[in-house]
Design a protein around this ligand. Structure first.
Ligand code: GDP
Ligand code: GDP
Length: 464
């Protein structure tokens, strides 16, 4: 059984989350050898996921002097027992010196760390979550253990980790598939079988990134101004230091303002060393990243780096080509940009290029459309039946190689996650499958299921 340890300093809300995950299914472990009563284990359930959760409780009565040492020892033990750690900080309190201490232990010792900013219900939580990026442990999940918020995000984070789970689903779905009458599903039918699971009432999170002077602030103001015109001055436009919420025909959209982040980071710098750049943080917050290029100096090193980062972080990417009003030879320029894009950013093949002028407002509709479309693709779910039909066709067209005379068998596949789409393929000798073959499958998925520009994750699991 997959084991998750919840670690963090006292009072961040570990036990509260533990209790929520475990309910009454608590297994007391006092009398097991090697495990002190400082650690509690329970059978956790989250949706259809089942796993063991370990709570590092029992520190409340520690005196200040002994606290750090005990905390360290206890955490190290929990970390060593677990397959992954949920590292919890208090979003309201922000990142403290003790949190830093834990981060250090985890960076050195833990196999996999999920960072969680707890107590994130309401508005008070986002500042602490922002600070949490500085821990260098990736994107913090914003949770509220007490109110049960963020559980679907936690589920998504755990899903690809919980051992054997993907195989179980795949096997069950495959069994159902085999016993079901043969339903003819046409894989060219793009949207009919999709059931995006996101909540359209939740704001779509967008970041605008790019080099200084690309026109990010102008673009954000343009998007904000347009919203004002559409919805009237009395409509609730909320603006805090890091994001602006706008309304696109009833769809709430939160735009991360990197200029605002910069200001905030400066204040925090005095207290905590924030090592990550504004762009990086914006990328991690966002679902869709708009990489804004200046048409006069497109694809600079910095642009490429941030676009690559967005892909690696699993964000949907839209490329905005700004200052299009300055361009005289538009057709030639666009062709040139497309070629450069394919060559320089092959990992984002097919991502939309939108020409626009943040200054005049031209192209805003197309940008909005591209963002919303990228978001839908990013959330896309493809039924297992359809995937396996597709896999069969791909294998037939190009059988996988047979290293040492034994052909690698790809048995079946299923989608394990969305945001971005991730798939698990069950196969013999996954370690021997060449990268070229993996690329063949990824590119095939992208093309046949119409997922341009979205990062696609493909995992290969060994089996038999
Ligand atoms: P632990 O020491 O890390 O196990 O923390 P506890 O689970 O005992 O929680 C410490 C305090 O934080 C308690 O007063 C909880 O009620 C409170 N708490 C836990 N989770 C949340 C949350 O999501 N939001 C808020 N506002 N308070 C919480
Ligand atoms: P940021 O540093 O990326 O936030 O860029 P700004 O929004 O501050 O813009 C940098 C400069 O580019 C300013 O002088 C803007 O007026 C100008 N600019 C922004 N968008 C456009 C555009 O679409 N066309 C033209 N011609 N200039 C623009």
């Amino acid at each position: 059984m997959f084991k998750l340890a919840i670690v963090g300093r006292p009072n961040v809300g570990k036990s509260t989350l533990f209790n929520r995950l475990v309910g009454r299914r608590l297994a007391l472990v006092d009398d097991q050898p090697g495990v002190t009563r400082d650690l509690r284990e329970g059978e956790a359930r989250l949706g259809d996921l089942k796993f063991t959760v370990i709570d590092t409780a029992g520190l409340e009565d520690a005196t200040d002097d002994s606290l750090q040492g005990r905390m360290r020892r206890l955490t190290e033990r929990a970390v060593d027992m677990a397959d992954a750690c949920l590292f919890m900080i208090d979003a309201r309190a922000g990142v403290t010196a003790n949190d830093q201490l834990f981060a250090e232990i985890l960076r050195r010792r833990a196999k996999t760390v999920i960072l969680a900013a707890n107590k994130a219900e309401g508005a008070a939580g986002s500042a602490g979550a922002l600070e949490a990026y500085g821990l260098g442990l990736g994107e913090p999940l914003q949770l509220s253990g007490e109110h049960g918020e963020g559980m679907s995000e936690l589920y998504s984070a755990l899903l690809p980790l919980v051992d054997g789970h993907a195989e179980e689903i795949a096997a069950a779905e495959l069994a159902a598939l085999e016993s079901a009458p043969d339903i003819d599903i046409d894989i060219s039918d793009e949207d009919g079988e999709d059931f995006p699971e996101y909540d359209p009432k939740k704001p779509l999170q967008v970041a605008v990134v790019g080099r200084p002077n690309a026109g990010k602030s102008t673009l954000i103001n343009q998007l904000l101004g347009e919203d004002r015109l559409l919805t009237g001055p009395e409509a609730g436009i909320t603006r805090d230091s890091i994001s602006v919420q706008v309304d696109w025909d009833g769809r709430p959209v939160r735009i991360f303002d990197t200029a605002g982040m910069r200001k905030k980071a400066k204040i925090q710098d005095k207290v905590e060393k924030l090592s990550v750049s504004d762009g990086l943080r914006a990328v991690r917050f966002a679902e869709v990243v708009v990489v804004l290029l200046d048409v006069e100096i497109p694809f600079e090193q910095q642009d490429l780096r941030i676009a690559d980062l967005a892909e690696r972080e699993g964000r949907a990417v839209v490329v905005g080509i700004n200052k299009w009003d300055l361009e005289d030879h538009r057709q030639e320029k666009l062709a040139e940009l497309k070629t450069a894009f394919e060559r320089l950013l092959p990992q984002l093949r097919g991502a939309p290029l939108v020409t626009l002028s943040a200054k005049t407002g031209r192209g805003m509709d197309r940008l909005r459309e591209a963002i919303e479309r990228a978001h839908v693709t990013w959330n896309r779910r493809i039924p297992t039946a359809q995937l396996n039909r597709w896999l069969g066709a791909m294998l037939e067209a190009h059988p996988p190689p047979a290293p040492g005379g034994r052909r690698i068998k790809l048995r079946y596949m299923t989608q394990a996650k969305t945001r971005p789409p991730g798939f698990v393929v069950m196969c013999s000798h996954p370690d021997k499958l060449p990268d070229a073959y993996k690329r063949y499958l990824v590119n095939g998925l992208r093309q046949d299921f119409d997922m341009p520009g979205t990062p696609i994750r493909l995992w290969f699991r060994g089996q038999g």
